[in-house]
Ligand binder design. Structure first.
Ligand SMILES: Cc1ncc(COP(=O)(O)O)c(C=O)c1O
Length: 339
């Protein structure tokens, strides 16, 4: 009953096997390893993007911060949702690496809208040399509220940003979960929808620790490499990152793991709904924010459940529950029984 986060799970056996295999013998360092070439080929095929450039990082924060720094000048505004991970949970790493300023765009259930983005864009960059300039857009899918942007929603937001000539980044720490929900292809959710650069998560969905930065515009790739090295995120034994990513993307493992995590999320949400809990946001992937009556936390925790408590109005309690590739139906049913 461990629902604190999908990164409290271990790594999938296929990923562990690939890492052990990568440990045999010698290989070239700093991204020149054989598996890295195969990762690039896999990503290009899966994303139908023969020109895409792929680089790996060990954390999502590094992937996001470096992707943003590569696409925004220090005087630029990075438009992000008010509760985006880049704004609330990365200790200002995006600002540190880019020198740019995050501009928080409101919106219900973790999503900005064309209206809210439009008004933030209109308010920014109007005071000439004295003010922050419009820089780029960054979206998150799955969002921090556990909701999912559809492809048409991403399209509409990126099209609006492009009217100002702004590049668009997608924080896909849970990209596979969003794909499974929408049934979109990787290309449809990214470059075909106006996304220029993607942080493609692996860690939360069955890897040990790896994220891919996919640059759909190869013109930015060298700058990204320089920034990654300068920022201390070029791994010398890159082969252990590429082995994980190769196993993750091979034979649809990434989508199978995400489909399972989402299905467990739905099972949990359905069970909680039957027992009278409400949800703060629509449950669309593997993260949910239920609310229930006072006294429930104590009962669940006494039964051994682990998750984050959230503030709630008097008489109520709230939580964040995250399911993962390794959550079992038994975990979910035990939680529901304890509830
Ligand atoms: C939406 C999102 N982006 C990025 C990250 C990056 O995480 P980390 O730097 O912890 O690997 C996370 C992790 O919680 C996340 O939820």
């Amino acid at each position: 009953m461990r629902f604190a986060s999908d990164n409290t799970s271990g790594a999938a056996p296929e990923v562990m096997a690939a890492v052990l295999k990568a440990n045999e013998g010698y290989d070239r360092s700093y991204g020149a390893d054989a598996a890295m070439g195969r990762v690039t080929a896999l990503v290009r095929k899966i994303f139908e993007a023969p020109e895409a450039v792929v680089h790996l990082a060990a954390t999502g924060t590094a992937a996001n911060a470096l992707a943003i720094a590569t696409h925004c000048q220090p005087w630029g505004a990075v438009f992000c949702h008010a509760h985006a991970h880049v704004a609330e949970d990365e200790c200002n790493a995006p600002e540190f690496y880019s020198g740019a300023k995050l501009v928080l765009v409101p919106g219900d259930h973790g999503k900005m809208t064309v209206e809210t983005l439009s008004s933030s864009l209109a308010r920014t960059g109007e005071s000439g040399v004295h003010g922050v300039q419009r820089g780029m857009l960054t979206l998150t899918n799955v969002t921090e509220a556990g909701t999912v942007y559809s492809v048409p929603e991403i399209n509409a937001l990126s099209a609006l940003a492009k009217t100002y000539g702004l590049p668009c980044h997608l924080d896909g720490a849970r990209f596979a979960n969003a794909l499974v929900t929408t049934n979109a292809t990787p290309a449809e959710m990214t470059w075909k929808a106006g996304i220029d650069v993607l942080s493609l998560g692996g860690t939360k969905n069955g890897c040990l620790g790896v994220e891919a930065v996919v640059l759909f515009d190869p013109a930015r790739a060298w700058e990204f490499e320089l920034r990654r090295k300068r920022g201390g995120h070029l791994w010398s034994k890159n082969r252990f990152l590429s082995a994980q990513m190769e196993a993750y993307l091979t034979d649809g493992l990434w989508l199978r793991l995400a489909a399972h995590a989402n299905a467990m999320g739905q099972r949990l949400a359905d069970g909680l709904a039957q027992k009278g809990a409400s949800q703060r946001h629509p449950v669309q992937a593997n993260m949910q924010f239920p609310e229930w009556t006072e006294g429930t936390h104590a009962r669940l925790e006494a039964a051994g459940a682990a998750y984050y408590r959230f503030p709630a109005p008097p008489g109520r309690e709230a939580a964040r529950l995250v399911t993962s590739w390794s959550t079992t139906a038994t975990d979910v049913d035990q939680f529901l029984n304890a509830f």
